[in-house]
Each structure stands twice: as C-alpha cells, then as structure tokens.
Write a protein that binds this ligand. Structure first.
Ligand SMILES: O=C[C@H](O)[C@H](O)[C@H](O)COP(=O)(O)O
Length: 222
C-alpha cells in the first residue's frame, strides 16, 4: 500500500465510528470510499446497518458484493450519515468533487443526509479551491453552449474524453479557476442552462473532515 493509500485507509477507518447501528448509511464513490466499503466487510459491520444508499453504480456493486442491501433514496427518507471522499477541501470544508464523475448523485445524497463525513488523505487539503479542475455534469447537446458560458466565468473547459455518467451525461472539467467565492460560483454555474450539476459543494459543505496524515487520522470541523 502506498503512503497515500495508507492515509486514505486511516481516514476510512476513523469514519467507521460514525456509523449508527440499525440506520441506512449514505455511501459515496471513489478510491477512499472503496476502502471504507472494504472495511465494513473486514470489521463485520455489514449486519449492523440496515442498508445503504449509494451515489454510483460502481459503489452499489461493491456494496452488494459484501452483502449490504442497496436502497432507493425515495424509500428511505433522510439519512443520518453520508460518508464520501473529495478531490479538494478548503478550511471551511467546502469541496470539489466529481473526479470519478459521480458528482450529481453525490450531491443528492449529501443534501438528503443530516451529517456529511468527508474522508480524504491530506493531499486534498488546500487554502483556495480550484487547482483540481472543477467537474461539471452537462446534458450532451448543451456541451458547446455550456463550455462557452464557462469561459465567460474565467475557466478553461475541457470535455472529459470517453466518460458518460451514470445519468447518461458528459463531464466538462474546468481548469484554471481560483475559487475565492465558492458559494457564488456554485450558484452561477448551476444557473447555466444545460448544466445538471457542478462538483462544487459550497452550499452544502462537509460537516466533518477526516484527514489521513503521516501522524494518523485527524478530525477537522469547519
Ligand atoms: O466522483 C467522484 C467523487 O467525487 C470522489 O469522492 C472523489 O473523486 C474522490 O475520490 P478518491 O477517494 O478516489 O480520491
């Protein structure tokens, strides 16, 4: 395991403490979440939860493989805990997400959860969001139009080659942004016709960040 994977695993392991027995768990997407799912099996915690609402087909498959029932968010109502990774986090726990193209469902599950526990290695921590290209999920026929609007906002849009989301849409990654006002930019991008979702989690930041570091897992509050 690389030092980065070890740090991700530390964060994932610390997040196990947030699981509420008998509850439905919200589960995100990505390599850090995969380690979290693996730990559910390793630590025999699968029986403790009622099931999971997942933010991607990939996570659903992984959950089913270890015997976790994957439930429909429309049937579960509000979730107590949502555990997910991030591509970047600032000190206010506002995030960039969507490196794995799952941003829209992630934002839905985060919105429907009382507590969002973000798990990441320390390389994800930044002062100002934007070094990681900002993912935007877009309806395919609007791709060029949305690209032009994103240029007007100061970004350099680039279509993510060969990627179709679980919702049948494309991803535009916006390079060259220095996101000093994440709430405003999230609103501006949301207002572009053809945008399904932007991977900026500013209006609904994480509630808790668990960061894997060489000195162990650190819990950070906004
Ligand atoms: O679409 C993917 C998600 O937003 C992931 O949570 C994010 O990309 C972080 O992934 P990883 O844990 O692999 O760094």
């Amino acid at each position: 395991m690389t030092p980065q994977d070890l740090a991700k695993r530390q964060a994932a392991e610390a997040a196990l403490a947030y699981i509420e027995p008998g509850e439905v768990l919200g589960v995100g997407t990505g390599s850090t979440v995969n380690l979290f799912i693996d730990l559910l099996a390793e630590r025999r915690l699968v029986q403790d939860i009622k099931g999971a609402v997942s933010s991607s087909n990939a996570s659903s498959e992984r959950l089913k493989k270890i015997g976790v029932p994957v439930l429909d968010l429309n049937e579960t109502g509000e979730l107590s805990i949502y555990v997910d990774g991030a591509d970047e986090t600032n000190p206010r726990l506002q995030l960039i997400k969507g490196g794995g193209a799952a941003l829209t469902r992630e934002k839905i599950v985060a919105a429907a959860s009382r507590k969002f526990v973000c798990i990441a290695d320390q390389s994800k921590r930044v002062d100002v969001l934007g070094k990681f290209p900002l993912p935007v999920e877009v309806i395919p026929m609007a791709q060029s139009y949305v690209g032009r609007q994103l240029v007007k906002l100061g970004g350099k849009p680039k279509l993510r080659d060969g990627v179709i989301t679980d919702n049948g849409n494309v991803i535009i990654d916006v390079h060259g942004l220095s996101i000093t006002n994440p709430v405003e930019l999230e609103t501006q991008i949301n207002l572009i016709t053809g945008v399904v979702c932007v991977g900026l989690f500013a209006r609904r930041p994480a509630d808790v960040l668990i960061l894997g570091t060489p000195n162990g897992a650190q819990t950070i509050l906004p």
